[in-house]
Design a protein around this ligand. Structure first.
Ligand SMILES: Cc1cc2nc3c(=O)[nH]c(=O)nc-3n(C[C@H](O)[C@H](O)[C@H](O)COP(=O)(O)OP(=O)(O)OC[C@H]3O[C@@H](n4cnc5c(N)ncnc54)[C@H](O)[C@@H]3O)c2cc1C
Length: 481
């Protein structure tokens, strides 16, 4: 007899899913972990592979270690990096984006998390295609899908954790409700892709284009409209190299320049542009050398829970709105979702209210800054290369830029304000818009500091957040060229 009743079903054995399953199983819960991949390919996002830049800040891995005792080493930590540097389009300015971290061997990392989940007691079923939620009244009570023989199967549980990634079929098929939005704005999604490549590294390396000790980001509205390009070092003479674009910005750029570039042609152009990354060969271990996928760059959904349902990772659009880093938040959310699902089951209340603590904990740990970062991302997408070059040189000190990328609010220095006042009208306007953005970030941070402690206070709070963000989108339209 197949066991079809569980405490918790975790759908998706990626980063968020395996972590949530491990944590919930360690708390003694009967956990089912479902994923469409064969076991050897656990966490593979699509037929394209584990498509990702694979860079993660050490602070996120520390959070995992501190909260679960899980530690990481080789082979899953493929390469240590001292920091992330972002370069202006003219390559004349650079600033530190984040502190030290790692570029992962993603298949190894996912396998490690899955093994921990299984060892913790989670029942893992690979090659299972989740098709939708089972709904009873206004509550999620399980999932349905197809097993490896394509038979329809239903599994039931007190809580379903949606960790299916950005294309989740669970969130999209929830009943209409005031807590979880089913769709996200396409302008908040980046189309993005990368290669993992071997190359002949020259002895003299120009750290503007490749740095074996740092992850590099190239801001450039011509090469990656509405996104950015990256070169992340891997072990040996290998790199993870790629870029992301906002579809609307790409359309505007193509139209204005009478071009017909696609994400793929832009990635290939970027590799040709790089004078250091030469004689490249695709490194196709695990058939993971080339891939294209999507990443959302907005604040996480305002609520991550609904009756019987929780979401973690890309299914809840958690990647950082500025950097698109989603590994860290997926791990943090996996831990908090697994823990709070277990707590709610013990308290015999898996309603929206019973699961609400997960919302407040995620907000305190990570979510409090993402709406502010989204404001800054929308502002940046409205600037062309000239203004970005000028702004990075004159508007912001390196410390101020760094604070902004962390979601903190800098006091824009008097020195730069004074310089701006001496310049022409266009720049005064661009500076005014920066000041507006920083003030709006501050406002969003203040709104998130008041995250509702209970579901009753959610509706007015969420409408205020959405209205503020609409105002920002109305003010700043994509304008890459
Ligand atoms: C090109 C690119 C570059 C990126 N670079 C970085 C980076 O450098 N650093 C960073 O931090 N983040 C980066 N990200 C984002 C990061 O990869 C994601 O945020 C992260 O993978 C989210 O993990 P997850 O567990 O939520 O979802 P996923 O990794 O998407 O895992 C979802 C799992 O669910 C499975 N699944 C999906 N649907 C079904 C279904 N219907 N039935 C059964 N199983 C299903 C999938 O096969 C997969 O195993 C990048 C993303 C892209 C696309």
């Amino acid at each position: 007899m197949v066991d079809t009743n569980y405490d918790i079903i975790v759908a998706g054995a990626g980063l968020a899913g395996s972590t949530a399953a491990a944590v919930a199983a360690r708390k003694g819960k009967h956990v089912l972990l479902l994923d469409r991949n064969v076991e050897d390919e656990v966490g593979k996002k699509t037929n394209w592979g584990w498509t990702c830049g694979d860079a993660v800040a050490a602070s996120h891995l520390d959070f995992v270690s501190e909260n679960t005792g899980i530690s990481f080493s080789k082979p899953e930590l493929d390469k240590k990096v001292d920091g992330v540097y972002a370069f202006s389009p003219d390559l004349e300015s650079k600033y530190m984006f984040e502190g030290n971290g790692y570029v992962l061997d993603r298949p190894e990392f996912e396998t490690k998390l899955l093994n921990i989940a299984k060892k913790s007691g989670a029942v893992y079923v690979p090659q299972f295609e989740v098709e939708g939620p089972l709904i009873d009244g206004n509550k999620v009570v399980g999932i349905f899908g197809r097993d490896r023989e394509k038979n329809r199967v239903e599994y039931r549980a007190k809580v379903v954790i949606d960790a299916l990634g950005i294309a989740t079929v669970l969130r999209r098929r929830l009943p209409n409700n005031e807590f979880i939005q089913k769709d996200v704005d396409i302008d908040d999604v980046e189309s993005t892709g990368r290669y993992i490549m071997e190359f002949d590294a020259p002895k003299d390396i120009d750290p503007i284009y490749y740095d074996p000790n740092n992850a590099l980001i190239h801001l450039n509205q011509y090469m990656s409209p509405g996104g950015y390009c990256w070169v992340f070092p891997k072990s040996g003479d290998k790199v993870n190299i790629g870029l992301g674009v906002q579809r609307r910005s790409l359309q505007i750029r193509n139209q204005k320049l009478n071009k017909n570039d696609s994400l793929q042609t832009l990635i290939d152009e970027y590799i040709k542009w790089n004078p250091i990354i030469k004689n490249v060969r695709i490194f196709d271990k695990n058939r993971n050398g080339k891939g294209i996928w999507q990443v959302a760059v907005r604040r996480q959904l305002e609520s991550l829970v609904y009756n019987g349902y929780m979401g973690a990772g890309d299914s809840m659009v958690m990647p950082n709105p500025l950097s698109a880093g989603g590994i860290g938040p997926a791990l943090v959310a996996g831990i908090l979702a697994g823990k709070n699902a277990a707590i709610a089951i013990e308290a015999n209340d898996t309603s929206t209210e019973g699961l609400w603590r997960y919302n407040t904990e995620f907000n305190k740990e990570y979510g409090y800054k993402t709406a502010g970062l989204e404001v800054f991302r929308i502002y940046l997408q409205s600037l062309n290369n000239d203004i970005i070059n000028y702004g990075i040189k004159t508007f912001l000190t390196a410390d101020e830029a760094n604070e902004l990328t962390l979601g903190k609010i800098p006091k824009l220095s008097i020195a730069s304000k004074f310089k701006i006042a001496l310049k022409g009208a266009t720049n005064i306007n661009a500076f005014k818009e920066l000041v507006y953005s920083v003030n709006k970030m501050k406002e969003m941070n203040a709104i998130y500091a008041e995250y509702p402690e209970t579901p009753e206070r959610f509706a007015p709070w969420a409408s205020r957040v959405r209205a503020e963000m609409e105002e920002v989108k109305e003010r700043f339209k994509p304008n890459p060229i």
